[in-house]
Structure formats: structure tokens, C-alpha cells
Design a protein around this ligand. Structure first.
Ligand code: PSU
Ligand code: MN
Length: 312
């Protein structure tokens, strides 16, 4: 049968995993769809450096030549950053993307599938998908949230963008039994903004306690993710009222223009970038980097715990 899992782990990542060293998985959709060139390539490099500064090895996930890649070299990052039209691949799209060869850029959801297959315990992205505004009518809920109920990976993010309904996003996470840990902060963050106005259910300040919480969640037999949030730094953040105004308008425009399905997220993100004259793109890059560094630190604390004997 030709159905052997086509997983290709880079040498550096494979070595780290074999040695029990900390690894942080990263998505590639943010490179192809999140930021324009050359900011996307520059930010991808800074994000990888930030994971290293936190003490861990970065492992960016993508699909290329019918393989699920875990850990990208410089040339591949540059190609994903420049070649137009690389498809967005969420978890339901993974199998067909692999069967037809790709290339494909993985979202949070599909990156979690790859991370778990490779044996990577931590993942980082600045903003996860969530419940969209108006979901009561459109039923637009990101597959990222559903994947959290399936993949045993700790996800470090700066919450989710306020293009979403963050109150409903938090409700969904609660209903589906996904733990949300607010690391060294009180509120569920809003990507460009420090707070969504929704209080997080549990604050933890100590990396070792976060690592033990992750391990205990899995030891209790839970199959899914633990979401750990860390907000954007105040000096990088945008004004929440301004962001909200722009998004409310862009959401109405998207609906009027008939933007549907998985194109909605990119449409709204671009609208915010345009309306803020690039300030949103700068905040986006900054929060990706700062989140990745925290993820590196927490993955390091988790690896230290595992190496002390609490191995999975
Ligand atoms: N939200 C963000 N930034 C992003 C995305 C979401 O704040 O870059 C991207 C991620 O790749 C995420 C995907 O996994 O969009 C979610 O898309 P959808 O809402 O179609 O599931
Ligand atoms: Mn959607």
C-alpha cells in the first residue's frame, strides 16, 4: 500500500526530539497568508530566532512535494514567502493536499496534526482561529478550535484576533473542555490588543506549574490541546476602539462582497492592515515574535520536567 505516512522531519528537529530537547512547532499559513512580502519572510526568520532565544528548536510545518515537512530550511521559507497562490491547508484538507502533492501552507489546525505525529509537544502562533462575529447566522467557526479537542499539543498564542467574537470563542473552548491558561496575565488577549475584555479562567505565572498542568491534563486522559495565552507587549499594541471600529466595518463589507468560508480570515486581516496604514502589520509581526519567545521558554520548562522523570 502506498499509504505510509509521508512525514519528513528535518535533521535538526529530529536530533532535538531524540535528545528530549524542547521543540516548538510553527504554522506556515501565517507566512503565505498573514503578512505581505518581504515582512513575511523577515518575520518568519525572527520568529524562529525568538523560539531559539527562548531555548527551543523551531519546527515550521508545511506541505511540499507530497510530504508533510516538519522543520523548513531558509530556501523553503523564502519560496513560501514569495510564490503566490500557495493553498491554505487546514486539517480536513491535509490528506488531499498530500495526495496531490502541494505545496500547501498549514494553519494552526493542520500544524497541530503534524506536530503530534512528529512528537512535538509545543506549538506557537500569535493568533488562533475562533468563532467569527455573526457565527450565530453564518456558523463560521475555525477548525482550529475543533482540532484543539483532538491534538495533544500545548498551544501558545496571544489569544485570537478581534476579527473574531472572542467572548463566543472562549465559550466554545469552555464547552469543549479545552483548558485556557493565562500566562502572567489576567485576560484572554486579543492579538493586536493586550485584552479582549474577557477574563481568562485561570492565571499561572510559573513556567514549571504551566508545564506540570500540561502534563497532568494529558495524564488525566484528555486527548486534546492546552491553550496558553500570552498578550502582546503594551508598547506594540494597537488601540482596541480603533481596531474594533475597523473590524466592524470590514466584517459588514465582507458579508456584502460575498466573502465566504476559509477566505474570510485573510480578507479581514488585510482590511485591518490597510485601514491602519501598516501599523497592524507591525503589531502582527511584533506579537508573533514575542509569543514565539514565550513558547520557547515554556517548551524548555516542559522538556526539563519531562527529563526529570515526568515523561509522557
Ligand atoms: N488568526 C490570526 N492570524 C492568522 C490566522 C488566524 O489572528 O494568521 C490564520 C491561521 O493560520 C489560522 C487560520 O490557523 O488563519 C484560521 O483560519 P480559519 O478562520 O479559516 O480557520
Ligand atoms: Mn471559517
Amino acid at each position: 500500500m502506498g499509504n505510509r505516512l509521508p512525514l519528513r522531519v528535518s535533521e535538526e528537529v529530529a536530533d532535538a526530539l531524540r535528545d528530549g530537547a524542547p521543540v516548538v512547532a510553527l504554522e506556515s499559513n501565517v507566512i503565505t497568508h498573514g503578512l505581505p512580502y518581504p515582512e513575511n519572510a523577515a518575520t518568519a526568520r525572527k520568529v524562529a530566532d525568538a523560539v531559539r532565544a527562548g531555548g527551543a528548536v523551531p519546527a515550521t510545518i508545511a506541505i511540499d512535494r507530497a510530504h508533510l515537512l516538519v522543520g523548513l530550511d531558509e530556501a523553503t521559507v523564502e519560496r513560501f514567502a514569495t510564490v503566490p497562490g500557495i493553498a491554505k491547508v487546514s486539517s480536513r484538507d491535509l490528506a488531499a493536499a498530500l495526495a496531490t502533492g502541494g505545496p500547501g501552507a498549514t494553519t494552526v489546525a493542520s500544524s497541530l496534526v503534524a506536530a503530534e505525529l512528529a512528537g512535538i509537544a509545543f506549538f506557537s502562533s500569535a493568533g488562533v482561529g475562533g468563532v467569527h462575529r455573526g457565527a450565530q447566522r453564518t456558523m463560521d467557526i475555525s477548525p482550529d478550535l475543533v482540532q484543539f479537542t483532538r491534538s495533544k499539543v500545548a498551544v501558545v498564542s496571544a489569544g485570537a484576533k478581534s476579527i473574531l467574537d472572542l467572548r463566543l470563542t472562549c465559550e466554545f473552548l469552555e464547552t469543549h473542555c479545552v483548558p485556557v491558561i493565562s500566562y502572567r496575565s489576567d485576560d484572554f488577549p486579543a492579538f493586536y490588543c493586550v485584552s479582549s475584555g474577557v477574563r481568562g479562567p485561570r492565571r499561572l505565572d510559573d513556567p514549571d506549574t504551566v508545564a506540570r498542568t500540561v502534563e497532568l491534563h494529558w495524564a488525566l486522559g484528555n486527548p486534546g490541546a492546552v491553550l496558553i495565552t500570552t498578550p502582546i507587549r503594551a508598547e506594540d499594541a494597537l488601540d482596541p476602539d480603533e481596531v474594533d471600529r475597523i473590524i466592524t466595518e470590514a466584517t459588514a463589507r465582507a458579508e456584502r462582497d460575498g466573502v465566504r468560508g476559509d477566505a474570510v480570515t485573510r480578507y479581514l486581516m488585510r482590511a485591518v492592515d490597510t485601514a491602519t496604514g501598516g501599523r497592524a502589520a507591525a503589531a502582527n509581526a511584533a506579537v508573533l515574535v514575542s509569543t514565539a519567545e514565550v513558547a520557547g521558554q515554556l517548551a524548555s520548562a516542559h522538556a526539563a520536567l519531562a527529563n526529570r522523570g515526568g515523561r509522557r
